[in-house]
Design a binder for this molecule. Structure first.
Ligand SMILES: Nc1ncnc2c1ncn2[C@@H]1O[C@H](COP(=O)(O)OP(=O)(O)OP(=O)(O)O)[C@@H](O)[C@H]1O
Ligand SMILES: O=C(O)[C@H](O)[C@@H](O)[C@H](O)[C@H](O)CO
Length: 207
């Protein structure tokens, strides 16, 4: 997990996002020129999914390839949230609300530069909250089976999130709906394969 506060973007808050309109591309759908698109602008991406789906691993590789700032929402959780998860207790909507507000703030400060944010964003209403920062937000859902991810978590060390919370993560997960701009990225391959898939799908993101 990297420190998002060290990513060093010089982007100004809220730059150039007011003229944008919704895109509604749906998963796996390619977008052409969007209304309000700005030539040469970089994508504003949220890498979402359950714990252990590879968000931090893939997001940290995707951001430099896109040439945009990177943040990991894990680093923004209030201490109480970290303590709760560490104790094996799933977060509630109330626990996540201030954290999502912080992440929406971070996104709104990076609408000009584009960015990659790693954030579980498990429920539709959480993504709606993040979309308040920018209508051009594009979600990449790292998608894999419970068995695959549980196996990877069993091999992960030094992380506060207990593997025992994985079931609750899947229970909370609401996949992208057809009207949510984004794409589903299968995670059954290597890290490099997943990153390449994510990069290719980002090519369909609104600008
Ligand atoms: N495509 C992949 N192939 C093989 N292993 C992977 C892949 N992606 C991630 N991993 C491994 O799976 C584990 C979980 O990945 P990672 O920590 O990036 O997930 P995460 O979604 O950020 O989890 P959390 O939300 O709990 O922080 C790590 O040990 C990572 O090295
Ligand atoms: O919404 C949530 O329940 C949390 O964001 C979790 O997903 C964790 O932060 C993350 O997965 C831990 O590693």
């Amino acid at each position: 997990m990297r420190d998002p506060r060290a990513e060093g973007s010089g982007a100004e808050p809220g730059t150039g996002d007011q003229a944008e309109s919704g895109t509604g591309t749906g998963t796996e759908a390619a977008t052409g020129a969007e209304p309000g698109a700005v030539a040469g602008r970089k994508p504003l991406v949220v890498v979402m999914g359950v714990s252990g789906s590879g968000k931090s691993t893939v997001g940290a590789r995707l951001a430099p390839r896109l040439g945009v700032p990177f943040a990991d929402a894990d680093s923004y959780h209030p201490r109480a949230n970290i303590e709760k998860m560490s104790a094996g207790i799933p977060l509630t909507d109330e626990d996540r609300a201030p954290w999502l507000a912080s992440m929406a703030d971070w996104l709104s400060q990076h609408t000009g530069s584009g960015a990659v944010l790693v954030c579980s964003a498990l429920k539709r209403r959480y993504r709606d909250r993040l979309r308040q920062a920018s209508s051009r937000l594009f979600f990449l859902h790292l998608d894999g089976s419970y068995e695959l991810i549980a196996g990877r978590l069993a091999g992960r060390e030094g992380h506060f999130m207990p593997a025992g919370l994985l079931r609750s993560q899947f229970e909370a997960l609401e996949p992208l709906a057809a009207d949510e701009p984004g794409a589903v990225v299968p995670i059954d391959g290597t890290v490099e394969r997943t990153t390449a898939r994510a990069l290719a799908l980002t090519g369909t993101a609104p600008r």
